[in-house]
Design a protein around this ligand. Structure first.
Ligand SMILES: Nc1ncnc2c1ncn2[C@@H]1O[C@H](COP(=O)(O)OP(=O)(O)O)[C@@H](O)[C@H]1O
Ligand SMILES: [Mg+2]
Length: 358
């Protein structure tokens, strides 16, 4: 068995909110609330979920930019917290950010931006570094002529290319890509995604690829983790997730993806009731139960854990936990039947919402 490149075990990040003055206990935003995940060499794990569910915080913890409140992160079997120097981590774990406008220093030239990590890590001589910078510029589809320009002189897509070149400078083994294309024009998004794929093929590196919607990670991911209020509620190989999603939330996310056949569109849509609860006051039991179309009484009390539901799939839903692996298929059928009752027979969205439990 191959060793995972990065392992997260029960990581949490609870941000204190409020002043805690006069002995008042301050409360916490449970941004990440017990995430476990393995990322293997050369693979891409997509991390998806609604805004505020804890994706960026998870990504920042993976690269050591944010300290977990609890839990451990391992890189090649060694705890991140055991690495004495942050630099050792920085060499192997890099991050690219959503906003190519604010993540590049406007006062530095493109070359200086890409060279900076090499300087910080005291890599090579000045001329060796410059040679490397030119290679990197070309690697990301720019030319060495671009080196003397400032970020403002580049388009959004080109700036993201610079961000990628900088992240590649130290030849990391994993890059956390935090919504790297969502600020870009749709026409540019595919180019950047293709570039990331090509680079992965050449260098064999791993990605944790963060996106808002499940569709955005469809092509790039080998596996997908779905997050809801600080927890992973389903983790599975991509094909399996798209063909047989297990968790009611994943089903809802997938149903929001427009169906190619217009006649099918209305019928398949699952409208989730209500808003995303606040991570500073998540619901008791399963945090999804307040919006879950198939929640039962027990879901209000029991916190589901991520259990294996098939060879390559894990789901945190007691509808699966209750019946165990043996009759897992029955549970799946039951959930599907419930869905059929609730949604498939009705084309009237308002009617659909009125049959959803509170
Ligand atoms: N530094 C911080 N201090 C306090 N709260 C934070 C901080 N960073 C993130 N949060 C909160 O943690 C939750 C998760 O945030 P984030 O990880 O950015 O989610 P996502 O990337 O999925 O949109 C949000 O409620 C956000 O407001
Ligand atoms: Mg984010």
């Amino acid at each position: 068995m191959q060793q995972p490149l990065v392992t997260l075990r029960g990581i949490k990040k609870h941000f204190p909110v409020g002043s805690g003055l006069f002995g008042k206990k301050s409360s916490f935003v449970k941004a990440v609330d017990g995430v476990s995940l393995d990322i293997y060499p050369g693979e891409t794990v997509g991390l998806v979920g609604e805004s505020g569910c804890g994706k960026s915080t998870t990504g920042r913890m993976v690269v050591g930019l944010t300290e977990p409140t609890e839990g451990e992160i391992y890189f090649e079997g060694r705890k991140l917290s055991d690495y004495k120097k942050k630099k050792e981590i920085g060499k192997n774990l890099q991050m690219i950010f959503q906003d190519p406008y604010s993540s590049l220093n406007p006062r530095m030239t493109a070359s200086d931006i890409i060279e900076e990590p090499l300087v910080l890590h005291k890599m090579g001589t000045k001329s060796e570094r410059r040679k490397r910078v030119d290679e990197l510029l070309e690697r990301v589809g720019l030319s060495s002529d671009h080196g003397n320009r400032y970020p403002i002189e580049f388009s959004g897509g080109q700036r993201q290319r610079l961000g990628i070149a900088r992240a590649l400078a130290l030849q990391p083994k994993l890059i956390v890509c935090d919504e790297p294309v969502s600020a870009l024009d749709v026409s540019i998004q595919a180019q950047i995604l293709n570039l990331l794929k090509e680079i992965q093929k050449d260098m064999g590196l791993s990605y944790l690829f963060i996106a808002h919607g499940i569709q955005a990670v469809k092509h790039i991911s080998d596996k997908i983790a779905v997050m809801y209020l600080g927890k992973i509620i389903e983790f599975s190989e991509k094909e399996e997730m798209f063909i047989t999603p297990k968790h009611p939330y994943t089903k809802a996310l997938l149903s929001a993806v427009p169906h190619p056949d217009p006649k099918q569109r209305d019928r398949e849509r699952i409208i989730l009731k209500g808003d995303l609860p606040s991570p500073s006051n998540p619901p008791e039991g399963c945090s999804f139960h307040t919006r879950c179309p198939v929640a039962i009484e027990q879901c209000k009390k029991v916190i589901p854990t991520l259990l294996q539901t098939s060879e390559h799939s894990f789901t945190a839903c007691i509808q699966y936990e209750n019946v165990g692996n043996q009759v897992e298929i029955i549970a799946e059928q039951e959930i599907n039947e419930n869905y059929d009752k609730l949604y498939t027979e009705s084309n009237d969205k308002r009617k659909m919402e009125s049959v959803l439990p509170n």
